[in-house]
Design a protein around this ligand. Structure first.
Ligand code: SAJ
Length: 425
């Protein structure tokens, strides 16, 4: 196979198109977003993806990556479009269906179609396959179809796209083998072949496991608050066990993956997915819990008109992405309650919803400082120097970056007590 049509140039589609082009494939990169397709030639690409702009530039310069608004005939079609949740937290498959239909006029005997978008189990077989067979071509008789989930971590995409192991789920063995030819051109990790539905489920399970683990950590943080224990120290010590790996408590789970994918399992097995449903409830209850904690702290300190400083509004560290951000959620709720909020995030530019301040302005004469995102810029901050700039001395660290989140041999017991008295989580 020499020519590939990648439909959907989001963070997954674009990086896949660039990597394939760099491996010598002729790649037609298709997106409906005019600015993106035209902008691609100038390659105005997310600066937070190291190396992607350079790779895109060279792919376009080499003539191996051609941005277009519609597909063309090719040997393989890779579909990487969004599958956002509906109001009822079911998968909105409209983008997938539109993308599959857009390829129909260009499909030829011997072609391969690959779906990468995260979908409920059974989608490739029950939804995509019938659409593709509308033109008379039959899967298993001249047409191949596979499901190959991505697992790249935003902010580290290119490295993970190449380095991570890959699952390839064929509608039939021939489809899986043909899809493997595409991915083995750039994947340096292991490639595992399975059927399409198993591959769809494995993808959802990866993120659901992460969601359950985080929910366990978040529940522990509530319990430790009640028992006046430092959850970061408890989790840090428990993780010293060779087979325990509890993730970090936080203000909630954001982004469009871990917070969404578990619902695609619930959609297919609502009765059985009890723990997964509860997990979503626990994680989505954290923003309210943090807002209550802030309110309780300023009330107990009898601060009449508190100024609350919030550090970070993105969904996770070192990204500018605000999608489903619990931090932004918390700032919004505090503002709705009438508090004077000053928020700062080093990764957010041209934010229009409410004014963002510099770090200095955010902290100056604040009564309460709430750390909401564990950006590396905040880890190095000198807490005591910060306190001197504030009017009050309340610090709520929802990410445990200032608390002793890793038990250390040399840190004295007094230090820990002093630190944790400073910053109630
Ligand atoms: N979070 C915590 N505590 C933790 C880890 C994360 O509260 O210990 C929160 C983060 O702050 C964030 C959310 O969870 O709000 C999701 O964070 P994440 O680090 O899981 O990042 P995502 O959603 O960008 O990436 C995940 C990754 N999946 C796994 O690690 C299993 C990535 O590999 C997937 O490709 C991606 O979802 C996806 O696209 O599905």
């Amino acid at each position: 196979m020499k020519k590939v049509c990648v439909i959907g140039l989001g963070y997954v589609g674009l990086s896949t198109a660039c990597v394939l082009a760099s491996k010598g494939f002729k790649v037609i990169g298709v997106d409906v977003n005019q600015k993106l397709v035209e902008g691609l030639s100038q390659a105005n690409i997310d600066p937070l993806e190291p190396g992607l702009a350079i790779l895109a530039n060279s792919a376009i310069k080499s003539g191996n990556l051609i941005p277009k608004f519609s597909p063309q005939e090719a040997d393989a079609f890779i579909i990487c479009v969004p599958t956002p949740p509906t109001e009822e937290n079911k998968a909105d498959l409209s983008y997938v269906k539109t993308a599959v239909k857009s390829a129909l006029p260009y499909l030829r005997r011997g072609n391969l179609v690959i779906l990468e978008s995260t979908v409920p189990p059974g989608t490739t077989k029950e939804i995509v396959k019938p659409i593709l067979e509308k033109n008379g071509l039959k899967i298993g008789n001249g047409l191949c179809l596979a499901y190959c989930p991505e697992r790249v971590l935003p902010g580290n995409i290119l490295k993970e796209l190449v380095g991570n192991d890959r699952i390839i789920g064929g509608i039939d063995v021939e489809s899986a083998e043909l899809a493997k030819e595409i991915y083995q051109s750039f994947v340096e990790g292991e490639i595992y072949l399975t059927d399409a539905t198993t591959a769809e489920m494995a993808k959802l399970v990866e993120n659901s496991f992460r969601d359950v683990n985080i929910a366990f950590a978040n529940e522990l943080s509530r319990i430790c608050d009640k028992l006046d224990l430092n959850v970061w120290e408890v989790v840090g010590l428990a993780n010293k066990h060779p087979r325990v790996n509890i993730l970090k408590p936080g203000p909630g789970v954001g982004g469009h993956c871990v917070a969404v994918d578990p619902f695609f399992i619930v959609e297919k097995a609502p009765e059985e997915a009890k723990l997964i449903k509860t997990t979503r409830r626990v994680n989505d209850s954290m923003p309210d819990y943090i807002v209550e904690k802030v309110e309780r702290a300023v009330k107990q300190a009898h601060i009449k008109t508190p100024i609350i400083a919030c550090l970070g509004i993105t969904y996770k560290a070192e990204t500018g992405d605000l999608r489903g951000s619990p931090a932004l959620n918390i700032v919004r709720r505090l503002r709705e309650k009438g508090y004077t909020i000053r928020a700062y995030d080093p990764y957010v530019r041209d934010f229009a919803e409410f004014p963002l301040f510099s770090l200095e302005e955010t902290v100056k004469s604040a009564d309460c400082l709430v750390l909401l995102v564990d950006h590396k810029e905040f880890k190095g901050i000198n807490l005591h120097a910060l306190l001197k700039k504030m009017r009050g001395s309340l610090i709520i660290d929802t990410r445990g970056i200032w608390l002793c989140n890793e038990p250390t041999h040399h840190q004295s017991f007094e230090d820990k007590r002093h630190l944790s008295s400073l910053s109630s989580r």
